[in-house]
Write a protein that binds this ligand. Structure first.
Ligand SMILES: N[C@@H](CCC(=O)N[C@@H](CS)C(=O)NCC(=O)O)C(=O)O
Length: 321
C-alpha cells in the first residue's frame, strides 16, 4: 500500500460535538473494542450499529494513516473500522490470539480476534447481539423461511448498490478538481451521483408501495418502520453531502429544492422524508462531529490531495478499498 500523505497524518485527533460525548462515554476498557477515526464514514456505520443496539464497547480513536505496527497486526489492510472481538479459544488451541500477541489482545482469558470491513462488522454485531429484548430489533430481516431469505438477500443487494455505486460516485464528485481531472467533468460526476441516489430512492418508493398493498407500516426507512442495515450503509455519506455543496460551488450536489424537482419531484420528496428521519435518530446524531471539523478534514479530498486508499483508488479509477 502506498504511504498516506502528510495531510492525512495531521488531521484533527479526536471527535467533537455529540460524537465527542459518545466517544468519552465509551472510553473505559471493555472487551469489545472499536478502533475508529471520528471522521470516517465507514467507521460511522459501525458506530451507529453499536449505539443503535446499545452494545457495550470501548471506543479507541486512532489515526489510520499512521500505520502503527500494532494496528497493522490487527488489520493488515490498515483501515478503520477495526473491531477487536473477545472469542473463546477453540478447544485445543494453544495460541493465545490469531496474531500471537497475548498482552495487547486478550481480555479475561478470551483472546481478542480482529474483524474489519464495515458491513462485515455490522452483520457480525447484528447476528451476535441478537436478543431483541436487550438489543432491539434485528437490522436485517430474520427467519429461516423462503421469504426471509429473499428479504435479506434484497437488503444485501441494496447495500451493494450503495457501496459500489453511490459511495464511489461521492468521492469522484468530491475529488473532482478542474485543473487535475480531464477525464470527466463535474457535470458527469454530479449526474453519476444523483443517478445512483435516484435509483436507490426509486427502490424506497417501490418498497413503500409493496407495503401499502400488504397494508403494513409506511416508510420512512428501507424496511418501512424498521431501521435497517441498508439505511445505516448509506447514512454517513448522506450526512456528508453538504461537503459537496460546500466545496463544489456554485452548483453543489444539485438535489433540487422542494417544488423544483420536475419529473423527479416524487423521488426527491421521498429522499427528503428519509433524510429528515436520519437527522432525528439518536444513534446517528450521537456519532456526528461538528460540521466545521468535517469541512476541515475533507479539504484534502476536495482538493484531491489525499493519499488515503480511498483517495488513491478514486484518482486511479479502481474500486474502493
Ligand atoms: N472497505 C472498508 C473501507 C474503510 C476505509 O477506507 N477507512 C479509511 C478511513 S475513512 C481508512 O482507514 N483509511 C486509511 C488509509 O487509507 O490508509 C470498510 O468498509 O470498512
Amino acid at each position: 500500500m502506498a504511504p498516506p500523505n502528510e495531510v492525512d497524518k495531521t488531521i484533527h485527533d479526536k471527535a467533537t460535538g455529540d460524537a465527542y460525548e459518545t466517544a468519552t462515554r465509551h472510553e473505559a476498557e471493555k472487551s469489545l473494542k472499536l478502533y475508529a477515526g471520528w471522521f470516517c464514514p465507514f467507521v460511522q456505520r459501525t458506530w451507529i450499529t453499536l449505539e443503535e443496539k446499545k452494545i457495550d464497547y470501548q471506543y479507541i480513536e486512532i489515526n489510520p494513516y499512521h500505520k502503527d505496527p500494532d494496528f497493522l497486526k490487527l488489520n493488515p489492510r490498515g483501515l478503520v473500522p477495526t473491531l477487536a472481538v473477545p472469542i473463546p479459544a477453540p478447544k485445543g488451541d494453544t495460541h493465545p490470539t490469531s496474531n500471537g500477541d497475548s498482552k495487547a489482545s486478550s481480555t479475561q482469558g478470551r483472546p481478542l480476534r480482529p474483524l474489519y470491513e464495515s458491513i462485515v462488522i455490522a452483520e457480525y454485531l447484528d447476528e451476535h447481539f441478537a436478543d431483541a429484548s436487550k438489543y432491539g430489533p434485528r437490522l436485517l430481516p430474520e427467519g429461516d423461511d423462503e421469504l426471509a431469505a429473499y428479504e435479506r438477500a434484497r437488503c444485501r443487494l441494496w447495500i451493494d448498490h450503495i457501496s459500489s455505486r453511490i459511495v464511489p460516485a461521492f468521492y469522484r464528485f468530491l475529488q473532482h478538481t478542474p485543473e487535475k481531472n480531464s477525464q470527466y467533468t463535474i457535470d458527469d460526476a454530479r449526474s453519476a451521483l444523483l443517478g445512483a441516489i435516484k435509483t436507490f430512492v426509486e427502490q424506497l418508493i417501490e418498497m413503500d408501495s409493496e407495503r401499502d398493498s400488504l397494508s403494513s407500516s409506511p416508510g420512512p426507512w428501507f424496511l418501512g418502520g424498521r431501521f435497517s442495515l441498508v439505511d445505516i450503509t448509506l447514512i454517513p455519506w448522506a450526512l456528508r453531502l453538504f461537503l459537496i455543496d460546500h466545496y463544489k460551488k456554485p452548483d453543489g450536489v444539485g438535489i433540487p429544492e422542494p417544488g423544483k424537482g420536475g419529473n423527479d419531484e416524487e423521488i426527491w420528496n421521498r429522499w427528503r422524508t428519509w433524510f429528515a428521519e436520519v437527522q432525528k435518530r439518536d444513534s446517528i446524531m450521537s456519532t456526528l462531529s461538528k460540521r466545521d471539523r468535517y469541512i476541515e478534514v475533507y479539504k484534502r479530498y476536495a482538493e484531491d490531495e489525499t493519499g488515503s486508499q480511498v483517495g488513491q483508488a478514486t484518482r486511479g479509477g479502481s474500486s474502493l478499498p
